[in-house]
Design a protein around this ligand. Structure first.
Ligand code: SAH
Ligand code: SF4
Ligand code: F3S
Length: 476
């Protein structure tokens, strides 16, 4: 890549050749959202230039990276408990004269970098999400005994410096892939740390995204999920010089031969423009699934959260989307117990859930995040009240999810086969609505898209029988 930094150039294949006999191993533990999953792969790719191979066995790792999440208190705490375990392991290794470099990446690294170094002497390096392209260099510095911290918002575009996915590694990773197209957030919801950990909103350029998508498809990927903290805020300039939104980008990616399915997540209700809604009518490769968090159904709470829309506007938006694509599965995120939330506010949230009918949802008790405006607000809600509300809300969402699954029984759908199932001869794929579906393989292979009939529901999955091939997709 012409944009490689001096660091990456200095670690070309020939420089690392003497190490080839005994490859170094990197173990990456990923917490949090899909963007961290994507980042973990990019970091592993960047390190491969220095001869590092990914391992899933902690014991054999020379380098351990915890790619962390700061979204709720519990998520952030996990890092420190994991670090206790790693510290003991590192000490035991040192006795045998073996080295173990420990690095913290991700959103906790960004938010608490200096504190981590102070609290956890076993940590050798801390790298925030904007500086992953500097990871190979940071590892070298750490191996020379330096304690490295890189948490500035890098001016250079990290995506230009991080290596694109390579064919061989893509093949090992499977037939579905994430592709980050947008990063950061300027929305500043009053409960949320993301604008502080991921920085301000940045969209990757069209050519960079198309090239990465083509490389993924070349490596056998059949379904790509575009990622962004606010993926539908993505914007860019098309090859013809016009301003593009996510709908236009999806249309361009749809043209890639061999790519069968597209998804995107996570969307903000305020950024759902007409062209994106129309894409759900016009693009057969775009799956009928939309993750559109509302957080609360109370206008008062939505205002305090700085979501900048009302419950009625959200419901009207869902209606517009369903008018275009009646088959769409709606998924959402909810927070209960935001400061000042009354029983009436909570009832409003239940009413929105009833009005929308969710196929899938994620719900959380409000967690105080230091440094966010919510933490300073009056009217914090007692834990037991939050727990009661969460239980009630989840019971309703669970009923809706089951009803959605039950309504699928008898339907004939296309299934993208992703991995082996639990039973011999079984494969698991995803329905267009993202549900895992178990089916008897019947001579089909991972990566095939086959026609199946849904025959029943399980706890979190569906069962199906194969009823043929989709001739137009097979071998595409
Ligand atoms: N950008 C997305 C959300 C990303 S964070 C959006 O705007 O919808 C993922 C989810 O974590 C959020 O949707 C929210 O439901 C939850 N979350 C974020 N901060 C939280 C907090 N302080 N306490 C509890 N849940 C939180
Ligand atoms: Fe957080 Fe709000 Fe940005 Fe979503 S839109 S990442 S909830 S600040
Ligand atoms: Fe967590 Fe950071 Fe994602 S806080 S949810 S890993 S953007």
């Amino acid at each position: 890549m012409s944009h490689d930094t001096a660091t990456l150039d200095a670690t070309s294949a020939s420089a690392s050749a003497p190490e080839a006999a005994k490859p170094r191993k990197v173990f990456v533990k990923t917490y949090g959202c899909q963007m961290n999953v994507y980042d973990s792969d990019r970091m592993t790719d960047a390190l491969s230039k220095d001869g590092y191979e990914a391992t899933e066995t902690l014991e054999e790792a020379d380098l351990v990276l915890l790619n962390t999440c700061h979204i709720r208190e519990k998520a952030a705490e996990k890092v420190y408990s994991e670090l206790g375990r790693l510290r003991d392991m590192k000490k035991a290794r040192a006795k045998d004269g073996r080295e173990m470099v420990i690095g913290i990446t991700g959103c906790v690294a960004q938010a608490e970098g200096a504190e981590i170094l102070r609290r956890a002497p076993a940590v050798d390096l801390v790298i925030g999400p904007q500086t992953y392209h500097r990871l190979p260099d940071a590892v070298k510095r750490a191996k020379r005994g330096e304690r490295v911290i890189e948490t500035d918002y890098a001016i250079e575009d990290k995506f230009e410096h991080l290596p694109a996915p390579e064919k061989a590694r893509t093949r090992l990773r499977g037939v579905t892939a994430f592709l980050t197209v947008q990063e950061g957030c300027d929305k500043f919801c009053t409960f949320c740390v993301v604008p502080y950990t991921r920085g301000s909103e940045v969209s990757r350029p069209v050519a960079q995204i198309v090239s990465e998508a083509e490389k993924l498809v070349d490596g056998g990927v059949r379904e790509i999920t575009l990622l962004g903290q606010n993926v539908n805020a993505w914007h860019g300039t098309g090859p013809d010089g016009t301003e593009w939104g996510l709908g236009d980008l999806l249309a361009r990616l749809s043209e890639i031969e061999g790519l069968a399915r597209l998804r995107y997540t996570t969307s903000h209700p305020r950024d759902m423009d007409d062209s994106l809604i129309e894409a759900h009518r016009n693009l057969p490769k775009l799956m009928p699934y939309l993750h559109l968090p509302v957080q609360s159904g109370s206008d008062r709470i939505l205002k305090a959260m700085n979501r900048r829309h009302t419950a009625a506007e959200y419901i009207a938006l869902i209606e517009r989307i369903r008018a275009v694509q009646p088959d769409i599965a709606i998924s959402g995120d909810f927070i209960v117990g935001f400061p000042g939330e009354t029983d009436d506010d909570f009832e409003d949230t239940l009413r929105v859930i009833e009005a929308v009918g969710y196929a899938q949802a994620f719900s959380f008790k409000y967690s105080i995040r230091p440094g966010t405006p919510g933490a300073e607000m009056d009217g914090h809600i007692a834990e037991n009240v939050k727990a009661e509300r969460l239980e009630k809300l989840q019971a309703l969402l669970f009923r809706q999810q089951n009803a959605f699954a039950e309504a699928c029984v008898g339907k004939e759908i296309d299934l993208l086969l992703e991995k082996p199932g639990r039973m011999p001869g079984q494969l698991v794929g995803r329905s267009p609505w993202l549900q895992p579906v178990n089916v008897d393989a019947n001579g089909c292979e991972i990566g095939d898209i086959i026609k199946v009939r849904i025959t029943g529901t399980g706890r979190n999955s569906l069962f199906a029988e194969a009823i043929g091939w989709r001739a137009d997709l097979k071998g595409a």
